[in-house]
Design a protein around this ligand. Structure first.
Ligand code: F6R
Length: 346
């Protein structure tokens, strides 16, 4: 399958996902202006619990990873019903659901209201938006019309704004603006019009093909590895696994043996300026499993500042999973089983 033939996109992408991906930097630029209405009380919490699922939760992982070195307050991404016992009055609960219809997040918001825990909501509408309106809760209204996973820019920058409002900025305004500028320059390099020979995302997608792929990141890029995995699953309908170094050196590494390993692919997500001990671990891992597996690729997070590096790396993964879906002849937009589960459990 050639990814340089415009006809494969005209036929294989009926919902025009490529246009949404190409407009991703613009989505991020617009998201820099998102604000909570009414404004959040400027009270610094002792703990932040972000309740979200799927693409919304993966955005929260990226924000938490972006801030891990400067925030002295723990950020917990809660994926499930209700809230953990740690959600007390000293905490801030952030209910994050792009659609505003995710029952787990609605249940977390209810639990926060019942327990009297400060609550802020982000959604493009839905029941969560309605709850915020009726209870006059601080609410960030996200631009609508997208699949949640494609709204990463709105979710990431909207959430970063909420944290900055409670004195927990994961980056300066200038760093966040710089990350958008970087995305703008990356967009052309990854678009369908850029031939495979010069397009990193197309090359990675073709290398992955139909194979089970493991995405491994380091301490910071591990959150992006998880996001790549979920994008491969939702966009390309391809099972993937994600792991983080150093942890995977202590367990998962043992699964990379035997004839079955030949049918699998590995992608390392590296970060410019990563600690030398992590660089060394990637090198040793490559030496040890490289001969057994069906190929190892690397993709580097580049740019100034961690938010820029993490969002740009996630953006590459969005394109990789898109091209992988197109190459496999599946529609990158539809998620029929995911929708059916929601319908049955509504
Ligand atoms: C679908 C997608 C899913 C959703 C998840 C939660 O595009 O990405 O993973 O994110 O089902 O839905 P929201 O984000 O609307 O709360």
């Amino acid at each position: 399958m050639s990814l340089d033939d415009p006809r494969v996109f005209a036929e294989g992408d009926p919902h025009r996902v490529a246009e949404i991906l190409a407009a991703f930097p613009a989505q991020c630029r617009e998201a820099l202006t998102l604000r909570s209405e009414p404004p959040l009380p400027r009270r610094r919490p002792a703990l932040v619990i972000i309740a979200g699922m799927g693409g919304s939760a993966a955005s929260a992982d990226l924000v938490a990873a972006a801030g891990v070195e400067q925030l002295d307050v723990p950020i917990l991404v809660h994926r499930g019903y209700g809230l953990p016992a740690a959600a007390g009055k000293h905490a801030l609960v952030v209910a994050l659901s792009y659609s505003g219809e995710t029952v787990e997040v609605l249940s977390a918001a209810d639990a926060a209201l019942t327990r009297g825990v400060p609550l802020v909501t982000l959604s493009a509408g839905g029941r969560l938006g309605e709850l915020a309106r009726s209870r006059r809760l601080p609410h960030v209204r996200l631009p609508g019309g997208l699949m949640p996973r494609l709204a990463l820019g709105s979710l990431f920058f909207g959430l970063a704004r909420v944290l900055a409002d409670v004195d927990l900025a994961v980056a300066t305004e200038a760093e966040l603006a710089a990350s958008v500028t970087q995305l703008e320059s990356l967009a052309c390099a990854l678009a369908p019009g850029r031939p495979t020979a010069q397009n990193e995302a197309k090359r990675l997608a073709l290398a992955i093909g139909d194979r089970l792929t493991a995405i491994y990141g380091g301490p910071a890029t591990g959150a992006v590895a998880y996001r790549w995995k979920t994008d491969l699953e939702e966009n390309a309908k391809l099972l993937a696994v994600a792991g983080t170094l150093p942890e995977m050196n202590h367990n998962e590494i043992e699964a990379w043996r035997g004839p079955a390993a030949r049918d699998r692919r590995v992608v390392f997500l590296r970060e410019e300026g990563e600690p030398p001990e992590i660089a060394r671990r990637f090198a040793v891992l490559h030496e040890l499993i490289g001969p057994a597996v069906g190929g190892v690729s690397e993709c580097w997070a580049r740019g100034t500042g961690r938010p820029a590096r993490l969002v740009a790396l996630a953006y590459v993964g969005m394109w990789v999973s898109y091209y992988a879906g197109i190459a496999r002849g599946v529609d990158p937009w539809t998620v029929a089983l995911l929708d059916e589960v929601k319908r049955r459990l509504a």
